[in-house]
Write a protein that binds this ligand. Structure first.
Ligand SMILES: C[S@@+](CC[C@H](N)C(=O)[O-])C[C@H]1O[C@@H](n2cnc3c(N)ncnc32)[C@H](O)[C@@H]1O
Length: 318
């Protein structure tokens, strides 16, 4: 355990203002994830190599997982920013066409320039708007991708949409992954793929899900460890699967966050013999209560017992 902690030592918080909110607690010294063998294929020819990140490779693989041959392979990239993801997905054939959406005009301008310069002939449309608002109907969207912003904005966008996307790929900050999983299973989506990759000193988690209906067995599980760690990731990485190193880095980073939170509780510690251990697998305590009254998710502080419960699960997988 100590060896693991040393190997995946988490950096002190030396973060830029831009990423500090999103990626807090998920900084790591773990080496960047090697490209998993089954991801290996040439980088998309319309995206400069430096812009096609390991995170995008993982998203590409999971978008492919959700696609069936009958589908027209139309993707919607919500929060596209520079649109390298959309350009890459269409360029390498994972998607036949893409609608790239951003709520701000400025990123869309950059995205249009990138397409004009690198991928003028590709079927990528740009639309200004929030979430899935600019998409008329489900036929335009075989897979909805939300990458690079907070889970509460993602789930708010999904709840406000006029249709339910058949497939969803989510890449929120890694510390929001439990909320992402919980939202998916609560809303009738079965998790069909997960990835965990380290890039630029940050751990990333990607979740892919398909709508099966709320009464389907595949999305009724609210097993504590599945929501905390990922139903597929935690099983796959138990036997050093392709995401093993990144997953261990994620656990170490999360454990550090939990230990910090415990230390902030006056008079409490991680080996508090008098702790009132919380042994019930209360997933609600893990994801917190959603409160969107101020347009963002506010969670109550976790109790000492809840933090110890989470700590036990993390240690069991480290
Ligand atoms: C950090 S960038 C992520 C870019 C890209 N998806 C990636 O993963 O690298 C986040 C982008 O999401 C956009 N955004 C945030 N909330 C949004 C929403 N509700 N609807 C559409 N775009 C949104 C922001 O304007 C910004 O350009």
């Amino acid at each position: 355990m100590m060896m693991m902690m040393h190997r995946f030592r988490v950096r002190p918080h030396k973060m830029t203002r831009v990423n500090s909110r999103w990626w807090r607690c998920m900084k790591t010294d773990a080496r960047p994830s090697p490209m998993p063998k089954h991801y290996k294929r040439p980088p998309p020819k319309h995206v400069p190599t430096a812009k096609w990140s390991t995170r995008f490779v993982a998203i590409d693989a999971l978008v492919a997982t959700t696609m069936t041959t009958q589908q027209e392979r139309r993707v919607v990239d919500v929060g596209c920013d520079h649109a390298w993801l959309s350009i890459g997905l269409v360029s390498c054939g994972t998607a036949r066409s893409a609608i790239a959406i951003d709520v701000n005009e400025k990123p869309l301008e950059g995205a249009r320039n990138n397409k004009r310069k690198h991928a003028d002939e590709l079927p990528i449309e740009f639309r200004l708007g929030s979430g899935l608002e600019p998409v008329a109907c489900a036929d335009e969207c075989n897979v909805a991708i939300f990458a690079g912003f907070g889970i509460s904005a993602m789930t708010a966008a999904l709840e406000q949409a006029t249709f339910k996307p058949k497939n969803i790929v989510l890449n929120p900050p890694a510390k929001h992954a439990p909320q992402a999983r919980r939202w998916l299973v609560d809303n009738g989506y079965a998790i069909v793929g997960e990835a965990c990759v380290v890039e630029g000193g940050v751990v990333n988690v990607v979740e892919a899900a398909t709508f099966v209906g709320v009464n389907d067995d595949r999305c009724t599980s609210t097993n504590y460890d599945d929501i905390l760690l990922g139903p597929l990731l935690r099983r796959e990485t138990a036997s050093s699967g392709i995401h093993f190193d990144a997953f261990q880095a994620l656990l170490a980073a999360r454990l550090r966050g939990v230990d910090d939170a415990i230390r902030r509780i006056p008079g409490r510690g991680v080996d508090d013999a008098n702790a009132n251990a919380n042994d019930d697998d209360d997933v609600e305590s893990l994801v917190g209560t959603m409160d969107r009254s101020r347009d963002h998710t506010r969670r109550r502080q976790k109790s000492h017992a809840e933090l110890l419960r989470e700590r036990r699960s993390l240690l069991a997988h480290l």
